[in-house]
Design a protein around this ligand. Sequence first.
Ligand SMILES: Cc1cc2nc3c(=O)[nH]c(=O)nc-3n(C[C@H](O)[C@H](O)[C@H](O)COP(=O)(O)OP(=O)(O)OC[C@H]3O[C@@H](n4cnc5c(N)ncnc54)[C@H](O)[C@@H]3O)c2cc1C
Length: 393
Amino acid sequence: MRPEAGQTERELAGAVRDWASRALPGPRIAASESEGALPADVIHDLGELGVLGMGVPESDGGLGASTVVFALVLEELGAAWPSLAIGVSVNSGIVAGSIVRHGTPAQRARWLPRLMDGSGLGAFALTEASSGSDAASLRATARRDGDGWVLNGRKHFITNAKYAPLAITFARVGAAEEGVATRPGAPPTAHAGITAFIVPTDAPGVSLGPSDHKMGLLASDTSALVLEDARVGSDAVLGEVGRGFGIALAGLDGGRIGVAAQSIGIARAAIERAVRYARERRQFGKTLVEFEAIRFSLARARTEVDAARMLALRAAWLRDRGCPFTREASMAKLFASEAAQRATYQALQVFGGYGYMREYEVERYARDARVTTLYEGTSEVQRMVIARSLVAA
Ligand SMILES: Cc1cc2nc3c(=O)[nH]c(=O)nc-3n(C[C@H](O)[C@H](O)[C@H](O)COP(=O)(O)OP(=O)(O)OC[C@H]3O[C@@H](n4cnc5c(N)ncnc54)[C@H](O)[C@@H]3O)c2cc1C
């Protein structure tokens, strides 16, 4: 196995790094974080660059790039602006990826262009107030009505909901509903009946709750998606009725590579800033980089970033080859997100009291890093996934 990226992959990631350094100066990011929204022209630019359709096959109008490239690009976006990285990861990794894998030709033709053209960012609506880690206990319902479906429920913490043309939304279809896929004689499972729907956000009965007030990722909008007798057509079902939980898990497997990449970018950017600062800041007649305690802390953090990248690229490499990668994606997400906590903590420490001040970006990276051990499966959930694969082996 060679999980390293090749020349072309590094060039693509380099192009995104160059774009980000031109298009996303610090004051622009700070202003958008204060406003609590990603600028429309930035999303539009990413559409023009092809980033939003990176993983979409060329036959569907995308770039057809590998997961390895996508991970490297998300690292660059994470280093530049974590709020943007998660928006792209959800849109292009989970949402577009699920439609590529499970969509009918008509669904692909209708929705993939909307996820790639830079007019918005798609959403993935799984979590509810009473079902987070235990996602299979979701309560949103779907029932057939004429030739369509009626959905009811409230999805919590939905990234991109405010910018989304569609949300892949998970709701439970009653066992008595015609067409629920069950094995005769098999006991009902916790995820029985869960079905994935492509819900247009302008469908009747769909609305958004107020934006959540978060600790970090301030420009990445997170809102509730409210379904009150929301009506969608029969063509809204993604995959098969009753088989939605598998679609959710497969989406999250890929998404975890994205969160790992975002975490690596955050950690890398925080360390780079700490190194720059430590070269200039003088105490006791020396620059900070002359103190071994500082040098060693930076060395440890940088080593962890490289280790995390290897884990993420291994998972991406396996996925690109059609090999199982669930465990490896969880390992990458677990290690990278926790390494990002240590790296941002240490970077802020190097800045001393200045690190606690808003004008130094390191505090933003520290706040943004915190959520990476929580969303798309907490660290505890990643350990459960990894342990399950060990025990089952
Ligand atoms: C900024 C942000 C964006 C998000 N975006 C989205 C999105 O776009 N779409 C979406 O569907 N969801 C989204 N989420 C939801 C996110 O995925 C959940 O918050 C996450 O899965 C955890 O669920 P929970 O918050 O309900 O915590 P809980 O499941 O209530 O967990 C609470 C604590 O208990 C621990 N725990 C739970 N079960 C176990 C166990 N069996 N063993 C040991 N420990 C356990 C957890 O690890 C955690 O530490 C987002 C969340 C945030 C914060």
